[in-house]
Design a protein around this ligand. Structure first.
Ligand code: ADP
Length: 735
C-alpha cells in the first residue's frame, strides 16, 4: 500500500467518524446536520480513494472492481462541492436566492459526477481531469463565499473567525489540487488528505465552540502536537534508520529503546513545545502568561492587602495586555463594594449591593462579559415563554450592568471563607474576546492569592488592634483613676469654701470649678465604662420588646416638640443578646437624635426589620434596627469619625456615646453604620445576627463570631470578651 492510499484511508476514517458524530448529536441545528453530511461526503470520497488504491489499474485494462472504485471516487468527489456548498450557504446565512443558485450548482456537480463516473467516460483522462477541475473550482467558490462574508461582517471577531476558515479552506483546496501532480508522476508529498481532514476538524470545532479564544488555543494545540510528533519521529528515525534491513533483532531493540526515549522526553518536551508555539504564534498571550507567573512568584511573600493590590495592578497593567484593571473590596460601612485601586480609566467608585448581587450569587468562578452578552443574545432570540428564561434574561442584564460599572471584561470574585470579599476585574476594550482559558486560570490564581492575603491581613490587623487596645485600655484606666482622685479633692475643696468669705464677683468661679469637675468626672466615668470589659448577659432577646421598653422609658424625658414613634416588623426573629445593653444603645441613639434636632420640631423613628439576604452564602440571617431622625444630618467628612472615641461636635459632649454603642453592637456580632445627607436627617442602622428561626431559640445560640452579611466579622477582641463574660457568668452561677 503506498502512502497515498494509506493517507486516504486515514482521512476517510476521520471524515466518516466526524460526520457520524455530528449526525448523532441530539437537537442539532440544521447547520450541524449539513456539516455532518459534508464531513461524511469528504470521508466517503477519501475512503473511495483508498479502495481505488487497493485495486490499481494495471496495464490500462482495468478489471471490474477497479472500474467500480474509480467510478465511485469520481461520483463521491463530485458530491463534495455539493455538500460543501449547502453547508456553507447555511453556515454563512446567505439569502434564499443565493441558496437557490447554490442548490443548482450542487445539482450540476452531482450530475457531472454521475455522467463521468457511471459511464465509460471514466476511462478518459480528460474527463477525469475535467471533473477534478470542476470540483476544485466549485470548492473555491465556497471559499469566495467565506471571504465575501468576511468582508461584509462588521464584528471584528466574526471577521477573524471567517478569515481562519477561509485560509484553512484555501489551504485544503490547494494541497488537494497538488495531490494530482502525483498522477502525472510529478513527485510531491501527499498532504491533501491530512490538511483537509484537519480543516474539517477545525470547522467542526468552530461550530461547536463558541469562543474564538478556544479556537486560538485549539490551533496552538494542533500546531504544538504536530511539532511534537515531528520531533518524536526524528528520534525514532535517528535510532532505527541506520540498522540494516535484515537485522530484525537490532531493529526491534532500537525501536524499544526509542520508545523509552520518547516516553522520557514526552512530558517535558510537550510542555516545552507548547510554550514555544504559544510564544511564536501568540506572542502577546505568552508575554501576559509569563508576567502573571512572575507576578505570582514576586508577590509570594507579600502579606499586606493594599501593597499586594498595587503590585498586582501595576504588574498586570505593565503587560499592556489589558486596558482596564481594578480591585473592589467589600465596603464596611454600607452594603456594596468600594473601588480599592485601579489602573486605566477609572471605573465606578462604589458598586452597591443591589447591582453586585447578580455577580455575588453566581457559582461560577469567573464571569466573562462576552459569554454574558452571547447568552443574552441567544435568549433574546428565543420566545420568552418560560418564566425561568425571563429571570435569566434579567439576571444576565444585571450581571452586565455590574460588569459595565466596574469596567470588566472578566470579573473574578475574591472569595473569603464564606462570602465574597470583592472583585478583581480586567478588561481589554480593544478586542471582544480577550482571554484564553490558560490566561483565565492564571487570573483565578491571582484572585485566590489576593483573597487569602486580604483575609489574613484582616485577621492580623484585628489581632494587632486587640493587643493595642488592651495595652491602651490598661494604661488609660490607670490614668483615669489617677485623674479621678484629685478631681474629687478639687471639687470637695471648692465646695468647702464658704461663699460668704469669697468676694461676690468670685463666687461664680466656685460654681465653674464644681461644674467643670463634674463634667470631667462624667467624661472619666464614661471613658472607664468604655475601657472596662463589657459585662454582658446574653440570651434569646426579642428586639421589638427592647424597642418598646426603651421608648416607654425615654418618652417622658423628651421635650414636647419631638415625637417618638416605633415601627415594628411582625415575626421578627430573636437575637442572642443582652437586652439591657441593647437598650443603652437605643437610648444613646435617641438622645443624639434629640440633641441634633435641638429646638426644632421633629420626629424620631425606631424601626425594626428583617433585611433581604445579601448574596448566596452561608450567611446567618439578620435583623436590622433603624433609628431615624429628621434633624440636620451629618456631613460626609464627619461620618467616618463619629464612631471614633472622643469625637464630638458638641460643646459639652464626651464623644463616647457612639463609640460605646459600636462596641456593644460589635460584641453582639453585629454592625452599626450611619446613612445621612446633610440637611436631610440621619439614620443609624444596627444589624444583628438573628437566631435560626426553624429551631427553638433557647437551644441554638448563634455560633460565636458568625460574620454579618455585607460587613466585617466582629473583632476578635470583642468575641474573646463575650466568651470571657459568658465564662464569668457561668462561674457565678456555679458559685
Ligand atoms: P457626643 O454625643 O458626646 O458628641 P457621640 O459619640 O454620641 O458623642 O456622637 C458623636 C458625634 O456624632 C456628635 O457630636 C454629633 O456630631 C454626631 N451625631 C451623632 N448622632 C447624630 C444625629 N442623629 N444627627 C446629627 N449628628 C449626630
Amino acid at each position: 500500500m503506498d502512502i497515498r492510499t494509506q493517507s486516504a484511508l486515514l482521512a476517510g476514517i476521520i471524515g466518516l467518524a466526524l460526520g457520524i458524530s455530528m449526525l448523532l448529536r441530539q437537537q442539532r441545528a440544521r447547520v450541524v446536520t449539513l456539516f455532518g453530511v459534508f464531513a461524511l461526503s469528504v470521508g466517503a470520497f477519501h475512503f473511495a480513494r483508498f479502495l481505488e488504491g487497493l485495486f490499481p489499474i494495471v496495464d490500462d485494462a482495468p478489471g471490474i472492481p477497479a472500474r467500480v472504485m474509480l467510478g465511485l471516487t469520481i461520483v463521491l468527489g463530485a458530491l463534495v462541492p455539493s455538500t460543501a456548498l449547502s453547508f456553507f450557504l447555511e453556515f454563512l446565512n446567505f439569502s434564499p436566492r443565493a441558496a437557490r443558485y447554490g442548490r443548482r450548482t450542487s445539482l450540476f456537480s452531482l450530475l457531472l459526477g454521475l455522467t463521468v463516473g457511471a459511464t465509460p467516460l471514466a476511462d478518459q483522462l480528460w474527463a477525469r481531469v475535467a471533473v477534478s477541475a470542476w470540483v476544485l473550482l466549485a470548492l473555491s467558490f465556497s471559499v469566495s463565499l467565506l471571504l465575501s462574508r468576511m468582508q461584509a461582517s462588521e464584528a471584528r471577531i466574526d471577521r477573524l473567525r471567517l478569515m481562519y476558515l477561509g485560509i484553512g479552506a484555501a489551504g485544503s483546496i490547494v494541497f488537494s489540487g497538488l495531490d494530482f501532480l502525483a498522477r502525472f508522476d510529478i513527485p510531491f508529498p501527499t498532504l491533501g488528505p491530512i490538511i483537509s481532514t484537519l480543516y474539517l476538524f477545525f470547522l467542526s470545532q468552530t461550530l461547536l465552540r463558541l469562543r474564538l479564544m478556544d479556537l486560538h488555543e485549539l490551533l496552538g494545540k494542533i500546531a504544538s502536537q504536530t511539532v511534537l510528533a515531528g520531533i518524536l519521529a526524528v528520534v525514532f528515525i535517528v535510532l532505527t534508520v541506520w540498522v540494516q534491513k535484515d537485522n530484525t533483532s537490532l531493529y526491534l531493540f532500537n525501536t524499544t529503546v526509542s520508545a523509552f526515549v520518547m516516553l522520557i522526553l514526552l512530558e517535558p518536551l510537550s510542555r516545552w513545545v507548547e510554550e514555544r508555539v504559544v510564544a511564536l504564534f501568540f506572542r502577546q498571550r505568552f508575554a501576559f502568561l509569563e508576567s502573571v507567573r512572575q507576578l505570582l512568584r514576586r508577590t509570594a511573600n507579600v502579606i499586606e492587602g493594599q501593597q499586594l493590590a498595587s503590585m498586582l495592578l501595576d504588574g498586570i497593567n505593565e503587560t499592556r495586555r489589558v486596558t482596564h484593571v481594578s480591585i473592589y473590596l467589600l465596603a464596611e460601612d454600607r452594603p456594596g463594594f468600594r473601588l480599592l485601586d485601579s489602573r486605566g480609566p477609572q471605573p465606578a467608585l462604589f458598586v452597591d449591593a443591589g447591582t453586585a448581587r447578580a455577580l455575588v450569587t453566581r457559582t461560577e468562578r469567573a464571569q466573562l462579559l462576552e459569554t454574558v452578552n452571547r447568552r443574552a443574545a441567544e435568549l433574546k432570540a428565543q420566545p420568552l415563554e418560560a418564566r425561568k428564561a425571563r429571570e435569566e434574561v434579567k439576571r444576565l442584564s444585571d450581571v452586565r450592568a455590574a460588569m459595565e460599572q466596574m469596567r470588566a471584561g472578566i470579573t473574578v470574585p475574591l472569595m473569603g471563607n464564606d462570602r465574597v470579599l470583592g472583585f478583581l476585574n480586567l478588561w481589554d476594550e480593544r478586542v471582544p474576546e480577550a482571554f484564553a482559558s490558560d490566561e483565565i486560570a492564571l487570573i483565578l490564581e491571582l484572585a485566590d492569592r489576593f483573597s487569602t492575603v486580604v483575609e489574613n491581613s484582616k485577621l492580623y490587623e484585628r489581632m494587632r488592634e486587640r493587643d493595642r487596645l488592651a495595652a491602651l485600655g490598661e494604661m488609660a484606666a490607670g490614668l483615669a483613676h489617677e485623674i479621678r482622685n484629685p478631681l474629687g479633692a478639687i471639687k470637695g475643696a471648692a465646695q468647702c469654701l464658704d461663699p460668704k468669705t469669697v468676694p461676690a464677683d468670685d463666687r461664680e468661679f466656685i460654681e465653674v470649678i464644681v461644674e467643670e469637675t463634674n463634667r470631667l468626672n462624667g467624661v472619666v466615668t464614661a471613658f472607664l465604662d468604655y475601657a472596662r470589659p463589657l459585662k454582658q448577659s446574653f440570651g434569646p432577646t426579642d428586639v421589638n420588646e427592647v424597642v418598646t421598653r426603651t421608648l416607654r422609658l425615654i418618652q417622658n424625658d423628651l421635650p414636647a416638640h419631638l415625637t417618638l414613634r416605633e415601627e415594628l416588623a411582625p415575626d421578627l426573629p430573636r437575637v442572642d443578646g443582652d437586652a439591657e445593653q441593647l437598650k443603652q444603645v437605643l437610648i444613646n441613639l435617641v438622645q443624639n437624635a434629640a440633641q441634633a434636632l435641638g429646638n426644632t420640631r421633629g420626629e424620631i423613628v425606631i424601626k425594626t426589620l428583617k433585611p433581604e439576604r445579601f448574596g448566596d452564602f452561608r450567611q446567618p440571617d439578620s435583623i436590622e434596627i433603624h433609628v431615624t431622625d429628621s434633624g440636620p444630618g451629618i456631613p460626609t467628612d464627619q461620618q467616618l469619625n463619629i464612631f471614633v472615641p472622643f469625637f464630638t461636635t458638641k460643646q459639652k459632649g464626651t464623644g463616647l456615646g457612639l463609640a460605646i454603642c459600636q462596641r456593644i453592637i460589635k460584641s453582639h456580632g453585629g454592625t452599626v453604620a450611619v446613612q445621612s445627607k446633610l440637611g436631610d436627617g440621619a439614620t443609624f442602622i444596627i444589624r444583628l445576627p438573628s437566631l435560626p428561626s426553624e429551631q427553638p431559640a433557647s437551644e441554638t445560640p448563634l455560633p460565636e463570631g458568625t460574620p454579618m452579611p455585607g460587613s466585617i466579622a466582629p473583632p476578635e477582641a470583642a468575641r474573646a470578651e463575650t466568651r470571657a463574660s459568658r465564662r464569668e457568668k457561668k462561674k457565678k452561677q456555679r458559685a
